[in-house]
Design a protein around this ligand. Structure first.
Ligand code: MN
Length: 287
């Protein structure tokens, strides 16, 4: 499956607390088998699963079992530790297309109890001729019921051809992820900044709106948040404050202690890779 990872980037580790963005597909499940991700752990972050087409079955060590479909949110708060698996289902054949995001938890929340939430009824709001589905946070007066631990925005916006002015918080930085066609961010009267299909444009705080232009109807994922000023380490599926936090989590996973629990189903778990021989250094959002 083709995966485009736009965060973390060499020069930019996070937009708000959004610290990982993988866009995958569209991928014909009948030809490829689709998604097969055996049980693996997470710490210190939330996973945000979002589909444009297809379906995926989530199972976790809290005994959650949840099918996710386009327009729905699976929000898993790893906190101190959780394990989950994600798989394509036999009942669906067609294109699988979606995005996996991670959100960094602030240090004071990194060891909170794990949680899983499914949101099937997210608010939609018109912005001119565009329609936004609010995944996290608030946009144009619509509030997502999903819980985050730092001020965040996530929305899928169906853009019409032409320009759309999206109202945003000037204290947020933003990211524009073009999903199925190029877009551009207008700035004054110039041609603006092009965002190629599959690319992520980072926009600094200080704007009260983002004027986005599309030549044809297309989808945009808009992420944003207060600049996340904490340092953290991200390694494999773990986020922690420092090297020792990562090493401790890795050891607990390798020893299959009760920190992560068991994903029902009795499948073999994903082994953790070896730690690097040097200590992992905590870093901030910019390199
Ligand atoms: Mn995962």
């Amino acid at each position: 499956m083709l995966v485009r990872r736009t965060l973390p980037h060499r020069n930019r580790r996070a937009i708000g607390a959004w610290c990982f963005v993988d866009a995958y597909g569209p991928d014909e499940v009948a030809a490829t088998g689709g998604m097969v991700v055996p049980p693996h752990p997470h710490t210190g972050l939330q996973t945000v699963s979002w589909l444009f087409s297809g379906e995926v079955l989530h199972r976790d060590s809290l005994e959650s079992e949840q099918l996710i479909r386009p327009g729905q949110l699976n929000l898993m708060t790893a906190g101190h530790g959780i394990a989950h698996s994600e798989d394509s289902t036999t009942g669906f054949s067609g294109p699988l297309h979606g995005v996996q995001f991670w959100v960094a938890l602030p240090a004071v929340e990194q060891h909170r109890p794990p949680d899983f939430a499914h949101h099937a009824d997210l608010p939609q709001v018109a912005i001119g001729a565009a329609t936004a589905t609010v995944i996290l946070g608030s946009l144009a007066g619509a509030d997502s019921p999903a819980h985050s631990y730092s001020p965040l925005l996530g929305a899928e916006i169906a853009l019409p051809a032409g320009t759309t002015e999206i109202p945003v918080r000037p204290d947020f930085e933003h990211g524009l992820l073009a999903i199925d066609g190029p877009i551009s961010l207008r700035d004054g009267s110039g041609p603006g900044t092009a965002v190629a299909d599959g690319s992520l444009l980072a926009v600094d705080p200080g704007r009260s709106s983002l004027t986005v232009a599309a030549a044809t109807p297309t989808r945009l994922l808009l992420i944003g948040g207060e600049p996340f000023d904490e340092q953290f380490v991200m390694w494999w599926n773990f986020l922690a404050a420092d090297h020792d936090g990562i090493a401790t989590a890795r050891r607990a996973w390798e020893q299959q202690t009760d920190r992560f629990g068991i994903v029902p189903g009795g499948r073999a778990v994903l082994p953790a890779p070896a730690l690097p021989t040097t200590r992992l250094r905590p870093r901030g959002r910019r390199r």
